[in-house]
Design a protein around this ligand. Structure first.
Ligand code: ADP
Ligand code: MG
Length: 233
């Protein structure tokens, strides 16, 4: 069995689209169980960086290792919440989450059990058979979070997961996600352009700037929140 550590090491990663230098070089390290936010203006390359860490986009230069292994293709041990949640319209909420089982060839019964647990924890109980179009933006984002977690990845990448939501569902989802995270303590890379969100949720905030996107500042935050015993105080 593969060791579940949840570490990310991106070393001097840059990305150009043709002549256009979109990002970098940037270096990002995330340790086991760490919650790291990336804060930066629109267009500074946050999504580009996340897609490269997810193994869905190839860096122009530099390398990325997840759990100590250099990425050459998308890794199964990563969960992704995309900026516009990317749910399939012709599948119900539950079927969208079970897509992970089909793509990754996981055990059906175990995945369904986990999906049901996540639906309960994420306030989705009762919407299993609804289609994305029948759900509010907040509920769709909850389904997309359930999909990102159903295969129990050690690393969770979230691209502005609350970006399109109203203040109330934003606060509620954020709370549920925080509880879930405290319980499972996955390593998280959280992209946002809200300073308040970054500071309220993270152990560390990486601040990026534009043209080309770079990490210009790193802020360590001491959060007064419960930590699992094995990590100490
Ligand atoms: P952010 O997520 O921080 O808003 P992105 O990573 O989406 O920024 O984009 C960074 C820059 O790269 C932007 O200028 C964007 O227009 C450009 N870009 C992103 N993806 C592509 C692509 N596939 N082809 C060309 N340019 C792109
Ligand atoms: Mg983006």
């Amino acid at each position: 069995a593969q060791e579940k550590s949840g570490s990310i090491v991106a070393s001097d990663v840059s990305k150009s689209f043709g002549e256009f230098e979109a990002l970098g070089p940037v270096s990002v390290e995330i340790g086991e169980g760490e919650f790291v936010s990336i804060l930066g203006p629109s267009g500074c390359g946050k999504s580009t960086l996340m897609l490269m860490i997810a193994g869905l986009l190839k860096p122009t230069r530099g390398s990325i290792a997840v759990n100590g292994r250099i990425l050459t293709k998308p890794m199964t041990d990563v969960g992704i919440v995309f900026q516009d949640h990317l749910l399939l319209e012709f599948r119900t909420a539950f079927e969208n989450v079970l897509l992970q089982q089909e793509i990754r060839g996981l055990d059906r019964a175990a995945t369904e059990k986990r999906a049901r647990e996540l639906f309960k924890k994420l306030g989705l109980f009762g919407v299993e058979t609804r289609y994305p179009r029948q759900l509010s933006g907040g509920m769709q984002q909850r389904v997309s979070i359930a999909r990102s977690l159903v295969h129990d990845p050690s690393v969770l990448l979230m691209d502005e997961p609350f970006g399109a939501l109203d203040a109330i569902s934003r606060t509620q989802i954020r709370h549920d996600l925080e509880m879930l995270w405290i319980e499972t303590r996955k390593s998280v890379l959280f992209i946002t352009h809200s300073i308040e969100e970054a500071i309220g949720l993270s152990d560390r905030v990486l601040v990026m700037s534009n043209s080309p996107g770079r990490v210009v500042k790193e802020i360590r935050i001491d959060l007064p929140r419960p930590r699992p015993a094995y990590l100490g105080q």
